[in-house]
Design a binder for this molecule. Sequence first.
Ligand SMILES: Nc1ncnc2c1ncn2[C@@H]1O[C@H](COP(=O)(O)OP(=O)(O)OP(=O)(O)O)[C@@H](O)[C@H]1O
Ligand code: SF4
Ligand SMILES: [Mg+2]
Length: 321
Amino acid sequence: MSTLVEIDGLTKEYPPARRNHGPVRAVDHVGFTVDAGETLGLVGESGCGKTTVARTILHLTPPTAGRVLLDGTDTVAVLRDGSRKDALRVRRAMQYVFQDPLQALNPRWTAGDAIAEPLRVHSLLPRADWQRRVEELLDRVGMEPAHAARYPHELSGGQRQRVGIARALAVQPRFLICDEPVSSLDVSVRAQILNLLGDLQDEFGLAYLFISHDLASVRSVSHRVAVMYLGRIVEMAPADALFASPLHHYTAALLAAVPVPDPDSPQGTAVLAGEPPSATNPPPGCHFHPRCAAALPVCQTTVPPLAAAGEGRVVACHNPR
Ligand SMILES: Nc1ncnc2c1ncn2[C@@H]1O[C@H](COP(=O)(O)OP(=O)(O)OP(=O)(O)O)[C@@H](O)[C@H]1O
Ligand code: SF4
Ligand SMILES: [Mg+2]
């Protein structure tokens, strides 16, 4: 597989939340690649910066620093300074599937209107062909032509998410960022949407950045997984290896905190010890050191670099497991 997206040094700072504090570095020198046809999972506790990574990649909020290369083209420069035509070309290639489709869809637009909107913005088809294309896309996401006339409140949560996916597909993207795409859905519907995303990946060779709290979903769809803690990637590995033998102590704690789906085993098992992380005033050195049982003195002062750990793995830890 060839590299489709390359993120390098991606950083996003927000103005200080309080006086006497520095800027909030929600994303701190994040880097990874995603191949065509690959799913990279992105996990981490609430507030660690996952959505900010997604939004800065798509330039919905401009990054403070860093590069986002799509097929080698620096999209940050194109979306900041490029022509409208070049910007639209980038926007077409990289699409967003939101967590809550009810919020992402305009309540006054039918499903058909929502799916046709990108066709209009990107001038992809003559207006006379929109309806046919909308019906084709609805079919592709497992819905009926009649659903085109429905408003968001007349659809189930799963159907709304299918509309969100159809709308993203309308422009024939190559990279989809799915930010908690199944978190608002029932467990049974979750599996259907995950299967749909898998089918679409096989059919169109789509690359995904799949962001989720739900480690079971991440494990089932991801080829590789990146783990974030307070704005930084602390570990990245092929999914099987990461879940079987995490190298970073935060990854291990995150996996141990997952409730076990077995009624006979103790629920909720381990809980992440120590203070929950705050991006407003992160600890120096390894951000995880106040919660880490394996911390060494160096962990309090020196940021561990993300280093190769064999078999396609990287980890940022002075004393890995
Ligand atoms: N527009 C903003 N202005 C200031 N701070 C922000 C803004 N958006 C996000 N942040 C801060 O950036 C940090 C990362 O937030 P982000 O939403 O990216 O986290 P997340 O990992 O997606 O969390 P969740 O799992 O809850 O969705 C948080 O500390 C958040 O408060
Ligand atoms: S760098 Fe140190 S504090 Fe951070 S996870 Fe590794 S051992 Fe723990
Ligand atoms: Mg988020």
